[in-house]
Write a protein that binds this ligand. Structure first.
Ligand SMILES: [Zn+2]
Length: 256
């Protein structure tokens, strides 16, 4: 944590949060993203807008550039978009607000997925992250074995976002040094055992908005304010308030 961060903490004595995986860069938020962001910042919620195509990665950067503090971007081509997207982030990498590469990874959920192309793009993201020393935001759905096989001998750190794997995979990804990202899916699937077994210095919180709205959140379309519900549930499972540790984990991984 930087000196300024520490001062901020002390002065406000207020817990801060980082939604480490949000999509206010999506078209869903075209009309009201800036009022949402300002409301989040007033509520001490910082955020990383995560790209899934070249265009929305660019939007994530443009949004982040508008704010001096608290709003960051990640550049990536989602595994379900590899068929129609080129991998070329040169111009966007000039922004200092880019704190991660992704989302990238493997998604074998739909029948017609192209395994080879997904792997090829995943490797390109990993190579870039290694080269410029940024963490990787990894999406893995029904593909934990292949995700692990690809990551295990790479010199890269990052987060397994929206983690839904079993205890065996949890252990393996933790051993690689990865962080584990939890979002509103913890209200849909029972991931209590996974949360119990993830050390508090490896937990990150996220919304993946506009998706996965926590059931008690008054908004239908999720936004970064929903991240507090995820944190509350994790605290409940852990039996202690680990919000500050989780906040610091994000600062550390994304070098914010
Ligand atoms: Zn996402």
């Amino acid at each position: 944590m930087s000196y300024q961060e520490k001062c901020f903490f002390r002065e406000l004595n207020m817990t801060k949060f980082i939604d480490t995986h949000t999509h206010l860069n999506f078209k869903d938020f075209e009309k009201d993203r800036f009022s949402i962001i300002e409301n989040c910042l007033l509520n001490q919620i910082l955020m990383i807008n995560v790209g899934t195509t070249f265009n929305n990665s660019k939007t994530a950067v443009l949004i982040a550039e508008k704010y001096a503090y608290g709003v960051y971007a990640s550049l990536g081509i989602h595994p379900l978009n590899v068929e129609k997207e080129e991998f070329d982030f040169k111009e966007l990498l000039e922004s200092k607000k880019v704190v991660a590469i992704g989302e990238t990874g493997l998604d074998y959920f739909y029948e017609n997925f192209n395994k080879e192309k997904q792997k090829k793009y995943f490797l390109k993201h990993i190579e870039l992250a290694e080269k410029i020393d940024l963490p990787l935001i990894v999406h893995s759905r029904k593909a934990f074995e292949d995700t692990y096989e690809i990551l295990k001998d790479k010199n890269v750190k990052g987060v397994l976002h929206c983690f839904t794997g079993n205890l065996n995979y949890l252990k393996r990804f933790l051993d690689l040094g990865f962080y584990i990202g939890f979002n509103g899916i913890i209200f849909k699937m029972n991931l209590d055992k996974i949360i119990e077994n993830t050390p508090k210095d490896r937990i990150l919180i996220e919304t993946d908005c506009p998706y996965l709205t926590p059931p008690l959140f008054y908004e239908e379309r999720n936004n970064p304010l929903g991240v507090k519900f995820v944190m509350d549930k994790i605290n409940e499972i852990k039996g202690e308030d680990i919000s500050k540790e989780v906040y610091c984990n994000s600062l550390k991984l994304f070098k914010i």
